[in-house]
Write a protein that binds this ligand. Structure first.
Ligand SMILES: Nc1nc2c(c(=O)[nH]1)N[C@H]1C(S)=C(S)[C@@H](COP(=O)(O)O)O[C@H]1N2
Ligand SMILES: [Mo]
Length: 321
């Protein structure tokens, strides 16, 4: 296990990964070496070439919803395409190449649990049924970096409406695909795959909770969570689960991937708060990706006007990490 001598905000970004705390990095790299070889750039290119044209391409660019404005420029697309957290494809930020192995059509989404009727729906049927729009959102990773993205997609509330949950449903649990033949990270058996996240029903139906299908005016890249990813911009980035296949309505609070690994550091609520430090680093400021600059972090990542009311009466909960 690594002993962290420097504090998180003094570490190079690549070192401030959550897993670094409890796994020996050299052992991890050695274990994944064989996999890195088999996913050479040539193979990744071949895989991309084998993909059929994206059947949703005609929906882009979607009309921008001007309600959600930014206080800083949009992050360079190239930066967002090459600096990713997607542990299914490795624990470094350089997962763009291996992520191209993910097959995103057909892509069937299962909706089950406390609903009037369980259902399965294909991503293209879903998108065409609900329609898409563009929104500019900030994103704040728990590792103290941030980005801004022109996402395309639809409010999660629309999926909830389509699902017809029973009154007894209190939470929405979401899960990522599970296929260790394409996702080398999923061969690392100490992780609690599949990646899982959850929201309360009030959070899931808040207007800000957004299902992402696109970014930068086209279908979202695989490394950013194609073909369906969550964006909950008032929470730390790990809540924004990628490549979702399964929605379950439940009365039990879902236990997320990161909470299962390290509950002392990553809880259910994970709302952004500059005044509550991560156990290993400050959350007071953030590195703005691609600019070399830091900015003060904002409470609820600046989205308090939309979401602060959700947490009234929950002050006893661990809302901030
Ligand atoms: N399935 C899955 N979803 C995930 C992750 C992951 O490892 N697997 N990482 C999360 C984290 S920690 C962050 S910060 C964002 C990163 O999104 P980006 O790569 O598009 O910047 O995805 C989140 N969603
Ligand atoms: Mo993150």
């Amino acid at each position: 296990m690594n002993v962290i001598h420097r504090r998180g905000w003094e570490l190079p970004e690549s070192a401030a990964t959550p897993e670094r705390f409890f796994f020996d990095r050299r052992a991890f790299l050695a274990a994944s070496g064989a996999v890195a070889l088999s996913l050479s750039p040539t193979i990744a290119r071949a895989q991309r070439a084998a993909d059929a044209p994206d059947p949703s391409i005609d929906l882009y660019p979607a009309k921008r919803n001007g309600k959600y404005t930014l206080d800083r420029p949009i992050t360079d697309e190239e930066k967002n395409l090459t600096y990713n957290n997607f542990y299914e494809f490795g624990s470094s930020k350089a997962v763009a190449k291996p992520a191209q192995a993910l097959k995103i059509r057909p892509w069937t989404i299962k909706i089950d649990g406390m609903v009037e009727k369980e259902q399965e729906i294909g991503i293209d049927d879903l998108m065409r049924k609900v329609g898409i729009e563009e929104r500019l959102y900030r994103h704040r990773c728990v590792e103290a970096w941030s980005m801004t993205v022109p996402w395309s997609g639809f409010p999660l509330a629309k999926l909830v409406e389509l699902a017809k949950p029973l009154a007894s449903a209190k939470y929405l649990q979401m899960e990522t695909f599970l296929d260790k033949s394409v996702a080398s990270g999923q061969r690392q058996s100490w992780y609690p795959w599949p990646y899982r996240e959850g929201l309360t029903m009030a959070e899931a139906t808040n207007e800000l909770a957004f299902m992402v299908t696109g970014a930068y005016g086209k279908p979202v890249a695989k490394q950013m969570g194609a073909p369906l990813r969550l964006a909950v911009p008032w929470k730390y980035g790990f809540k924004s689960i990628k490549s979702i296949t399964h929605f379950t309505f439940t009365d039990k609070q879902p236990k997320s991937f990161w909470e299962s690994l390290q509950a002392a550091e990553y809880g259910f609520w994970a709302n952004v708060n500059p005044e509550v430090s991560h156990p290993r680093w400050s959350q007071a400021s953030e590195e703005v990706l691609g600019t070399g600059q830091r900015r003060p972090t904002l409470l609820f990542n600046g989205y308090g006007e939309y979401v602060a009311d959700l947490y009234k009466g929950l002050e006893k909960e661990r809302l901030w990490a």
